[in-house]
Design a protein around this ligand. Structure first.
Ligand code: ISJ
Length: 114
């Protein structure tokens, strides 16, 4: 089945339907030069943040795996659910329901699925 993908302005990407706006704005989503320049600038910082988040995500997962391996090698448990609850609550308190979802993904990235 064909899915009808449209940009925010209602045009199908690449269809030429958007006319001047899509042709002139490059990838910022606006043809207005000041707004477009500001968006490009902001996006540079967004890209930096994304790189940092990815690096931190990978570092956290590696550390979590190391804790698990160290604990199991010493006869301990794979998981410590009270610690996981503490982390879930930290993210929920700071970010709400999305924080809980994010923390569940973070935990899974380290110790694997429950
Ligand atoms: C990393 C640990 O092991 C597991 C993974 C956790 C985590 O990724 O934060 C938390 C609790 C444990 O189930 C730990 O106990 O600190």
């Amino acid at each position: 089945m064909m899915t009808d993908v449209r940009e925010q302005n209602g045009a199908r990407p690449g269809s030429g339907e958007a006319g001047a706006t899509e042709a002139a704005d490059g990838q910022t989503g606006t043809a207005e030069p000041v707004a477009s320049a500001r968006i490009t600038e902001i996006r540079e910082r967004i890209d930096e943040i994304d790189r940092a988040l990815i690096g931190l995500w990978q570092e956290r997962a590696a550390l979590s795996r190391e804790v698990g391996a160290t604990r199991m090698a010493s006869g301990g448990t794979r998981l410590v659910l009270s610690r996981e609850q503490e982390i879930l609550e930290r993210f929920r308190a700071a970010l709400g329901a999305d924080g809980t979802s994010l923390a569940l993904l973070l935990l899974r990235a380290g110790r694997g699925p429950l």
